[in-house]
Ligand binder design. Structure first.
Ligand code: C2G
Length: 129
């Protein structure tokens, strides 16, 4: 069974996220999503999520492409996650191009093109108008 992992905040879930998850799942048989906790988002990414971790987790678990959701609590856990879950392929959108190449000694690293013209920031901006 080929296992794939990806990481993210996935707040205000939108079709760009779904496109990423669908393509990530197409690279294997089992997709793990490491979901950024509220603390990690605020302390490390200065992101204040609209939905809590538990709410975002429920949304992701309802997606047909997602097999398991685990918490992302720090930047350093990727290597141990890949080893612990015996992951074959690490996937991120290409806004992260090159940033996780250090994992190439233990798994395949794939950067997928982002879906254009959609982002949580844009949604918040548009709704604020
Ligand atoms: N994404 C995409 N197209 C968009 C928006 C997002 O393909 N229009 C992808 C991103 O490239 C990322 C995933 O969807 O791979 C989740 O996006 P975010 O929730 O913004 O994740 P991010 O804050 O980049 O967190 O340790 C890694 C970080 O947790 C990544």
């Amino acid at each position: 069974m080929k296992k794939v992992i990806t990481y993210g905040t996935f707040d205000l879930l939108h079709y760009g996220h779904i496109n990423l998850l669908r393509r990530a799942k197409e690279l294997g048989d089992y997709l793990i999503v490491a979901l950024s906790t509220d603390e990690f988002n605020w302390n490390e990414k200065q992101k204040k999520c609209y939905f809590t971790y538990e709410e975002r987790k429920k949304l992701l678990e309802a997606i047909r492409y997602v097999d398991l959701v685990i918490p992302e609590e720090n930047w350093e856990q990727k290597r141990s996650d890949v080893k612990e879950f015996r992951v074959d392929t690490f996937v991120m959108g290409d806004d992260w191009e090159g940033k996780f190449d250090f994992l190439k000694d233990i798994c395949e690293v794939v950067y997928l093109p982002r879906t254009p013209d959609i982002s949580t920031t844009q949604i918040k901006t548009d709704l604020g108008k």
